[in-house]
Design a protein. Structure first.
Length: 287
């Protein structure tokens, strides 16, 4: 039987139906219910009132309190993504040039933290860098000033970079494995320094890895909950912790759903715009 006849049969669609059904139940149904809930109203005497109202979206988009929260959320996302690029790309390049067994050991050290819960890793930062943590106790013992870490923006950013950096390194390293090393040798033979070889030859070829890593890091950072909640506390609220408070503390579920949808739409707009911009510039470079 020819391949055209096989491709024309509906069998592949039926085979993919269970996976699509599971995906729909786990994603589309909860998402649809959240969208519907975001249009409901809430009364402290009567609870959630079904209906259709844009009051929740108007409150989220018009209140300066939520503006500050979303600004802080996306500021963290941009800073963490930038730091992960600055740290992760050279680290992936070094990892790619390593020989066995050091490459395997370094790769295990990079992806090993992903096997540990993000809550455990964040609590590790608290134990290490808290006001009464090991580092500040040591500094206090020798008469030096303590390092402010907990409940500071710097602390949240450092902890988020620690959580997100493996995604950037692995994304760039996967692309580097497909890069022909002959291009580096050719540039070096023409008199280019190692610095120029890295930025003029290597970096342009790993733009897809940087793009995919940036999208992963940005989306995970802007939606992160555990790290901002533990390190930032109540003083540095982000969108995810605000959604948690609306659902479980004030019980104002429709407002929490509206915040979640605004966050989702904003992340999608940023990711799609960034993807389109990078793809255009990447195409212009290699045309």
């Amino acid at each position: 039987m020819s391949s055209e006849a096989v491709s024309g049969k509906p069998a592949p669609y039926w085979l993919s139906l269970p996976g699509f059904a599971l995906f729909a139940v786990m994603l589309f149904v909860p998402l649809g219910m959240t969208i519907l809930l975001s249009f409901y109203s809430f009364d402290y005497n009567q609870g959630i009132q079904p209906g259709f109202s844009l009051h929740n979206y108007a409150e989220v988009l018009g209140d300066s309190y939520f503006h500050e929260i979303f600004w802080r959320t996306f500021k963290y996302g941009l800073i963490v993504t930038g730091l992960c690029v600055l740290i992760g790309v050279p680290e992936a390049y070094i990892l790619n040039r390593m020989r066995s067994p050091w490459r395997a050991i370094s790769l295990l050290a990079i992806i090993g933290p992903l096997l540990i819960s993000v809550v455990v890793r964040t609590l590790g930062w608290v134990i290490l860098m808290g006001n009464n943590g090991l580092v500040n106790r040591g500094l206090d013992a020798i008469g030096l000033a303590k390092i402010p870490f907990i409940y500071t923006e710097a602390g949240v950013i450092v902890a988020l970079v620690h959580v997100m950096i493996p995604f950037m390194i692995v994304s760039v390293w996967a692309v580097l494995q497909k890069v022909d090393s002959a291009t580096e040798n050719a540039a070096a033979s023409l008199g280019a320094s190692q610095f120029k070889v890295f930025f003029k030859v290597v970096v342009p070829q790993v733009v897809p890895g940087i793009l995919s890593g940036s999208l992963i890091v940005f989306s995970l950072t802007t939606s992160a909950f555990a790290t901002p909640s533990i390190i930032g506390g109540r003083r540095l609220k982000v969108a995810s912790t605000t959604i948690y408070d609306e659902f479980l503390n004030t019980l104002e579920w429709p407002l929490g759903a509206a915040i979640a949808m605004v966050l989702l739409i904003a992340i999608m707009v940023v990711i799609l715009s960034w993807n389109r911009l990078i793809e255009r510039r990447y195409a212009q470079v290699f045309q």
